[in-house]
Design a protein around this ligand. Sequence first.
Ligand code: HPA
Length: 273
Amino acid sequence: MTEVYSKLLSAAEAIRDRVGFTPRAALVLGSGLGAFADGMEISSAVDYGELPGFPKSTVEGHRGRFVFGCERGVPIVVMQGRVHYYEGYSMDEVVMPVRLLRLLGATRLVLTNAVGAINADYAAGDLMLIGDHILYGVPSPLIGANIDELGPRFPDMSEVYSKALLDNARDAARRLGITLREGVYLQTSGPNFETPAEIRAYRALGADVVGMSTACEAVAARHAGMEICGVSCVSNLAAGMSSAPLTHEEVQTAANAAAPRFRALISEIIAGL
Ligand code: HPA
């Protein structure tokens, strides 16, 4: 058994003792959605810091705990705050919380994030369903000894984002009358925002939005056999597409402004899981 897997097993055992229910689905909260859990029927919460060997998020606005409870009657576990590669953690550590969600029993995963728009038709505040992704300049989280207990050495990635969950998300948006775009998410390492030349290059590669998280989590979750759905909130136009320089504060303010719509959509998606 690999060292990482044995750490995961101990963490899962410690949590299971305290929680006492099996979540049907898992939700990872990105910028702007941090308060999602406040509207849930919460049964318990566990800080990442309480779990031996677990990384802690160092980013402002990312809290760092698992919250267990019900949303629209569906038992879920929520990751409130994620860990990013640019914080200096290894990829193994970055995807540890997501792998733990699987060990806790969640088979379906909803990923959320804030992104910069590369597609010129997009505007700040738009919501986009992730149809596929590109990992760019970021190592695969599966490098190193394979965790055979989770999945195969060479996992297929031809359908990272589940067709059934994409349909569920489209239906949810239709029911709410929310316009939901669909596109390709490109993950960079961050933490710097991109240069205008990089954004032109990513557009040529086929990316619609850019962010600093999520795709590596999706790869680890898919490896572990989870069904995945991802929704991005456009917080800004990417570098070179507007005259203003980009700031973390702008990303947070725009993501917070879109939060009520974003929350409603995610809730409706979960109700259909
Ligand atoms: N670039 C990368 N990540 C981001 C951006 C961006 O413009 N906006 C929000 N996350």
